[in-house]
Ligand binder design. Structure first.
Ligand code: PGA
Length: 256
C-alpha cells in the first residue's frame, strides 16, 4: 500500500523563529499520526534550523528547488548536495511558481529530477495545467508533457521513488480547489501514463499528491479518492491548526 504523504510548502514565508516553532508543532503532529508521512519544505535559509527542530521526530524535510549542477559559478542557486548536507530528504521540482513566475522550462526541470537522484534526494515533481489550458481541453496533454519530460532518463528504481504532485495552477493560492472527481481523473490519467512509460506495478507504487488550496475541510474528500495519496500544501501548512486538520482528515479518509 502507498503510504500517504502530506507535505507543507512554506514558499517564501516565515522567519527563523516562526520556522522553528512551526517545525516543532508539525513534528508533534507527525509523531501523533505515524500512518501518514509528514514533510515540510521551508525556505532554504531556514532548512538547517528546521532539520534541527525535527531531529528525532518523523517529520521529513525538503528543499523548494535546486539547481542541477553540484557546484560552481551559479550565483543565487542552491545545489542538491547542499540540500542533502543540510539534512533534506526531498526536493520540490517544477513547482508552478518555478515554471510560470521564473520561466523554468521542461528540459531544465528534467535535468533537475535526474540530478536530484544523483545527489541522493527524492524529487517531488509538480505537474499541472493553467486555467486556459483546462478550458481548452488540454489538461491531459499538458500533464502528459510534464510527466514524460520529468521522468525522462530515469531508471525504474528511481521512477518508483518519485513523488508526483498534481497541482492545477488555477487552484494554487486561489481558494479554488479542483473537485475530488476532477483531481481523481487526472491522478488516474497520470497512473496510466506511468504504466505506459514503465509498467502497471510501478504505476501502482508511485505516490501522487494533490495540491492547490488544500484545507482541512476539503482534504478528506480529496484523499478519499483512490488515486490521491496525499497533498502538497501551501498556505494552509503555515498554521498548525489548519495543517494538523489536513493530516488528521487525510488519515481518516484513508481509513488510518
Ligand atoms: P496552496 O499552494 O495550498 O497555497 O494553494 C499549494 C502549492 O503551491 O504547493
Amino acid at each position: 500500500m502507498r503510504k500517504p504523504f502530506i507535505c507543507g510548502n512554506w514558499k517564501m514565508n516565515t522567519d527563523r523563529a516562526g520556522a522553528v516553532a512551526l517545525a516543532k508543532a508539525t513534528a508533534k503532529v507527525a509523531a501523533e499520526v505515524p500512518a501518514v508521512e509528514v514533510g515540510a519544505c521551508p525556505p532554504a535559509c531556514y532548512i538547517e534550523a528546521v532539520v534541527a527542530a525535527a531531529r528525532g521526530t518523523p517529520l521529513v524535510v525538503g528543499g523548494q528547488n535546486m539547481y542541477f549542477e553540484a557546484k560552481g559559478a551559479f550565483t543565487g542557486e542552491i545545489a542538491g548536495p547542499m540540500l542533502k548536507d543540510l539534512g533534506c530528504r526531498y526536493v520540490i521540482l517544477g513547482h508552478s511558481e518555478r515554471r510560470h513566475v521564473f520561466g523554468e522550462p521542461d528540459d531544465l526541470i528534467s535535468k533537475k529530477v535526474r540530478a536530484a537522484f544523483a545527489f541522493g534526494l527524492t524529487p517531488i515533481l509538480c505537474v499541472g495545467e493553467l486555467i486556459g489550458e483546462r478550458r481548452a481541453g488540454k489538461t491531459n496533454e499538458v500533464v502528459q508533457r510534464h510527466v514524460t519530460s520529468g521522468f525522462a532518463g530515469l531508471a525504474k528504481e528511481q521512477a518508483r521513488e518519485v513523488v508526483i504532485a498534481y497541482e492545477p495552477v488555477w487552484a494554487i493560492g486561489t481558494g479554488e480547489t479542483a473537485t475530488p472527481d476532477q483531481a481523481q481523473d487526472v491522478h488516474a490519467f497520470i497512473r496510466g501514463l506511468l504504466a505506459g512509460l514503465y509498467d502497471a506495478g510501478l504505476a501502482q507504487a508511485v505516490r501522487i499528491q494533490y495540491g492547490g488550496s488544500v484545507k482541512a475541510d476539503n482534504a478528506g474528500d480529496l484523499m478519499a479518492q483512490g488515486d490521491i495519496d496525499g497533498a502538497l500544501v501551501g498556505g494552509a501548512s503555515l498554521t498548525i491548526d489548519s495543517f494538523a486538520g489536513i493530516i488528521t482528515e487525510g488519515a481518516k479518509a484513508k481509513g488510518l
